[in-house]
Design a protein around this ligand. Structure first.
Ligand SMILES: *Cc1c(COP(=O)(O)O)cnc(C)c1O
Length: 334
C-alpha cells in the first residue's frame, strides 16, 4: 500500500528494530534507564536547553508542558489551527484547567503580533491570567518565518509570558530552512518534538526546556500516566532516527514537491499549498468519496476531503508519488 494519509503511518525498519532489540534498559520511573537518559541529554544539547524528558506521545508532552507553565485558571494564547488547541481533545482545558485563548492564524501559520498583544489580559480578577504563548513549527507543513518567531517570543517575554513550541515536526523545519534545532528552539522556554512523525519511530516525543520546567513536567507526566519503565527500547528507536532519519527528510520534501507538481497538471484539481512534507489540494466535492475508493482499489490510501492533505514520509518513494499521480489522472480521464 502507498499511504499518503499521514507521516505517522511509517513502520520501524529492520535496522531500527535491531537497535531497539540491543537497547540497554532500566526502570525509567526510577531514572535508571541509560538509553532514555542518553536520548534526553542528546535532545537537550541539540536544542540548546538544560534538560529533556521522554514521553509516549506528543499530545502528552504538550499537555505536561502546558501544565508545567500554567496553573489552574491560567490562560494560554494559541492559534485556532494549532494542534494543542484543535486536535488534542481540549486536554489543556479538560485535564489542565487551563483556559485557551485561541487566535486566528495568518496564511503563513503565524499569529499576528498585534493580535497576541491585544489578547494579553491585564491582571484583574475578572480575567484568567495570561501565562503562556504557544506556537507550532511546522504548522500545516509551513515553516514559521524566523524573524516572526524572534519577535513573537520577545513580545511574550516582555509581557511576562512564557513560551512553548509544539515542534512535532521541527526537524522538517530544520531541514527545509537549513537552521539548526537550537536556532529554531531559541526564544522558547519549552519545545515538544515528535519522533513518530517524519522521523519514523513507532512511539515517542521529547520535551526540552529549563531544569525547573522539566522537573515540573516530570511530575505531570507521572500524574498523566506517562511514566514508563524499560522505555529504553523506545528511546533506542529515537536515537536511531536522529542518526539516520533527519537529513533524509529532504527526500520527503522533494517528494511532496513532486506530488504537488504532478497534481497541478490535472484540470479538476487545485493545489492550494505545498510546504515541507505536506500538500493541500482541493478536489470537486462530488469526486472526493469516489476518488478515495478508486485509489484504495489500486493500493493507495488517502483521506479525500474537499481540502485534502497528502503527507510524504520515509515509506513513500518518488516512484510511489508517480503511481499516485498517474492514478488520479486515470480517474479524471475516465
Ligand atoms: C502529531 C502531532 C502532535 C501530537 O503527537 P501524538 O504523538 O500523535 O500525540 C502534536 N502536535 C502536532 C503539530 C502534531 O502533528
Amino acid at each position: 500500500m502507498i499511504d499518503l494519509r499521514s507521516d505517522t503511518v511509517t513502520r520501524p525498519s529492520e535496522a531500527m528494530l535491531a537497535a531497539m532489540t540491543r537497547a540497554e534498559t532500566g526502570d525509567d520511573v526510577w531514572g535508571d534507564d541509560p538509553t532514555v537518559l542518553r536520548l534526553q541529554a542528546r535532545m537537550a544539547q541539540e536544542a540548546g536547553k538544560e534538560a529533556g524528558l521522554f514521553f509516549p506521545s506528543g499530545t502528552q508532552s504538550n499537555l505536561a508542558a502546558l501544565m508545567a507553565h500554567c496553573a489552574r485558571g491560567d490562560e494560554y494564547i494559541v492559534g485556532q489551527a494549532a494542534h494543542t488547541y484543535k486536535y488534542e481533545g481540549g486536554g489543556a482545558a479538560v485535564l489542565g484547567s487551563i483556559q485557551p485563548q485561541p487566535l486566528d492564524n495568518a496564511e503563513d501559520g503565524s499569529i499576528p503580533l498585534e493580535r497576541i498583544a491585544a489578547a494579553i489580559k491585564p491582571l484583574d480578577d475578572h480575567f484568567a491570567r495570561t501565562r503562556l504563548l504557544a506556537l507550532e513549527n511546522t504548522i500545516g507543513g509551513k515553516v514559521l518565518p524566523a524573524d516572526y518567531v524572534a519577535k513573537a517570543t520577545q513580545l511574550a517575554h516582555e509581557r511576562g509570558l512564557a513560551t512553548h513550541l509544539d515542534g512535532a515536526r521541527v526537524y522538517n523545519a530544520a531541514v527545509a530552512s537549513g537552521q539548526p534545532l537550537e536556532a529554531l528552539a531559541a526564544g522558547f522556554d519549552s519545545v515538544s518534538i515528535c519522533f513518530s512523525k517524519g522521523l519514523g519511530t513507532p512511539v515517542g516525543s521529547v520535551l526540552v526546556g529549563s531544569r525547573a520546567l522539566i522537573d515540573a513536567a516530570h511530575r505531570w507526566r507521572k500524574v498523566l500516566g506517562g511514566g514508563m519503565r524499560q522505555s529504553g527500547v523506545l528511546a533506542a528507536a529515537c536515537l536511531y532516527a536522529l542518526d539516520h532519519n533527519v537529513a533524509r527528510l529532504a527526500d520527503d520534501h522533494a517528494n511532496a514537491g513532486r506530488l504537488a507538481a504532478g497534481l497541478a497538471q490535472i484540470d479538476q484539481v487545485k493545489v492550494m499549498s505545498q510546504a515541507t512534507n505536506m500538500v493541500f489540494v482541493q478536489f470537486p466535492q462530488e469526486h472526493c468519496a469516489p476518488l478515495e475508493a478508486y485509489l484504495k482499489e489500486r493500493g493507495i490510501l488517502t483521506q479525500m476531503l474537499y481540502a485534502s492533505r497528502f503527507v510524504t514520509h520515509l515509506d513513500v518513494t518518488a516512484a510511489d508519488i508517480d503511481t499516485f499521480v498517474a492514478a488520479v489522472k486515470g480517474y479524471f480521464a475516465r
